[in-house]
Design a protein around this ligand. Sequence first.
Ligand SMILES: [Zn+2]
Length: 273
Amino acid sequence: MNSVLTLACLVLAGGSASGADTMPAAPVVAPALAASLPEDITTPEAALAELKAGNDRFVGGEITEEVKEGKKLVRRERIVGKRARTLSTQQDPELRERLAEGQSPFAAIVTCSDSRAMDNLIFDQELGRLFTIRVAGNTPGTIGLASIEYAVKHLGSKIVVIMGHSRCGAVGAVADSRGKPLHGHMHAFQEHMAGLLDAVVRDPNETDIEYKGRLEKENAIRQAQAVYDRSEIIREFVDNGKTMVVPAKYDLRTGKVTFFDAIEGNPNAGHEH
Ligand SMILES: [Zn+2]
């Protein structure tokens, strides 16, 4: 991680240089933020906290970095542009080389194929940190379930996030079809979202976008519950508190991810392994 530290130092030095007033205004790039390494994330709670922190970095706003000499606080610097981790590490050859030896992604993310719902960016996580299943409508299906099981059981992922998003075309298509089969293979959206339209009753006072927004949230919750219900392996890990399955929804406009209640496990299930 030396190159990351070096970049951080350069940026800090540049920002406080005495000749700053004579230099053209450069885009402010935040230094690499202290974030947990995947191997340091040992609990589902820590994994969730890192995803929330990463999404905060992506959304933007301000952060304050404390500049210290030894233990003494010298000054606080306001820094904008929170996507610092991926900006400064995405082309890090050292990281690539290290990861070639093995991966331990702390989170498995099921997200829609939508070009705007890209989990690495949204959670500000670079190579090796997220194990991603992307499929339109964020409905994992059998191969998706197998991928989640692999991430949790063999790679040690501490959280599984099923992330829907606003203005989802797949959910919208299912809603607009009103039960009439969609063309080609797209009828699979309807099969994988079976029961969704019955579960969310349309309110005559709401707009189309509001209605579909509720469908998107409900779909994420139902898909998360289905992961737990359908996979014995995931059930065991959730029941033993080793991983967490959490539905979420990404807002295309704000960049914010809202996390809903984690799927409840059964601590008394008594899995034998
Ligand atoms: Zn979508």
